[in-house]
Design a protein around this ligand. Structure first.
Ligand code: SAH
Length: 421
């Protein structure tokens, strides 16, 4: 009941906030309406979008325990603004955004200089809650505003914040007044709307978007299918690709990436105007090896923490066998290959960013992973699992590893331009 209420509330964000220079002192005009195209697209497209993400349960011959988790309905970062929320534990993602922001802004500026359009329609895919999304939006608007002072008239902005429907859109939109305060002095017409749904489904009308941005989100697959024909786990004792996982595990993850990523490209190709840009920032692997310290270690440590909990009777070991993270970091070649095969986008830029997890940031990493995984872990293992204990175990294992050697992680920033076909 409670969840239903929350979903309805969050899906109702057809609220466009208009901030117009026509009103002295930047009055905020709130209008509860959706542009015709958007409302139409939402009502038509959400069912197919959901059907795709839940397809795993019906497409396998036997009931698949891991696939029983409906990602599109259950996956969300920790809500609100309390100590364990994503809002309070996303400093690492903020760091990645900071390292890549100059590239994002350069590409947006270039697009703006080349476009004839008087409107700039921008989507942030996988916005989550917390300050990161709106801080990028603020930088985007300011970048265009600074450019247009010297060159062209200011476009009107239409910004869509997308995430899965159970994302905490409420707290994200509650921070809009602070966002507007930060924007004081920039005269503009700006509408911000939520677009709940999976980015592995169609989200927007055809040829609608000028610029698509996505940070720290595309490494999430639509599902993890790690069962044999009988529905048994092929990855017992692990929740991701581990050093001792059979080779079928890495193959299953790769296959899912090869299904999801081209689909994402194909859908965005329909929604983005010719010449429009897409900037995708996500976690990747340094090389072709699937078990890579920077990428897989964190999942192995979380598996180990769950195994310790199981050995102490806190967790059912069979539940551990059927829990798999729907997470995949491709290597550079895999991404380039899929972009080339899909053919709708020109690869403008591909940068690799390295960062280190040292002893000093192990607590932040551990809290960050808790903010991301707590909901799925509770749903799978039962609401009364001792999450504090799990993440204390995890944090201690992580600190031990970081003491041996800093853990290098890799992120990609991939800039794509919609081709004329
Ligand atoms: N962009 C923000 C948030 C990243 S957290 C930042 O950089 O801080 C990743 C977000 O991606 C989560 O909120 C998660 O719900 C969202 N996400 C994962 N899979 C998704 C999907 N298929 N469709 C839409 N959002 C998705």
């Amino acid at each position: 009941m409670e969840r239903e209420g929350r979903l309805t509330k969050r899906c109702c964000f057809g609220l466009l906030l208009h901030w117009s220079r026509a009103y002295a002192g930047f009055a905020i005009v709130v209008g509860a309406f959706l542009p015709e195209g958007t409302a139409h697209a939402t009502s038509v497209l959400i069912p197919s979008n959901f059907a795709h993400d839940s397809a795993s349960s019906s497409s396998t011959t036997a009931p698949a325990p891991a696939a029983a988790m409906d990602i599109a309905r259950s996956f969300h970062m920790n809500d609100g603004e309390n100590a364990t929320s994503y809002a309070k534990n996303s400093a690492l993602q903020k760091g990645i955004i900071g390292m890549t922001n100059h590239i994002t802004m350069e590409l947006l500026k270039d697009l703006y200089m080349k476009t004839e359009s008087e409107k700039m329609v921008i989507a942030d895919l996988g916005c989550s809650s917390g300050p990161n999304s709106l801080s990028v939006v603020r930088d985007m608007v300011k970048t265009v505003a600074d450019t247009c002072r010297e060159n062209k008239p200011m476009p009107e902005f239409l910004i869509f914040l997308n995430d899965l429907p159970s994302n905490d859109f409420n707290s994200l939109f509650k921070s809009l007044p602070d966002f507007y305060t930060q924007m004081m002095g920039t005269p503009l017409i700006l509408s911000i709307a939520a677009c709940p749904g999976s980015f592995y489904g169609r989200l927007f009308p055809t040829q609608f978007l000028n610029f698509v941005y996505s940070s720290n989100s595309l490494h999430w697959l639509s599902k993890a299918r790690l069962n044999d024909e009988k529905g048994n786990s092929i990855n017992k004792g692990n929740i991701h690709i581990a050093g001792n996982s059979p080779k079928q595990v890495a193959e299953a993850y790769t296959d899912q990436f090869r299904e999801d990523f081209p689909k994402f490209l194909m859908l965005r190709a329909e929604e983005i105007v010719v010449g429009g840009r897409m900037v995708l920032i996500f976690n990747g692997r340094a090389g072709p090896d699937h078990f890579d310290r920077g990428f897989s270690l964190l999942w192995s440590l979380l598996s180990q923490s769950l195994i310790i909990m199981a050995s102490q009777g806190d967790v059912d070991i069979e539940k551990l066998d059927s829990f798999d993270a729907h997470y995949y970091g491709p290597c550079k070649n895999e991404v380039e290959e899929e972009v080339k095969k899909q053919r709708s986008f020109e690869l403008d830029r591909f940068e690799v960013i390295e960062s280190n997890i040292g002893v000093n940031n192990c607590i932040a990493v551990s809290n960050g992973i808790r903010a991301i995984q707590e909901n799925l872990i509770r749903e799978h293992f039962g609401g009364n699992i001792n999450i504090d204990k799990l993440f204390e175990l995890f944090r201690n294992l992580l600190i031990e590893e970081a003491k041996k050697e800093a853990i290098k992680t890799v992120h990609f920033i991939v800039a794509l331009r919609r081709k004329e076909m």
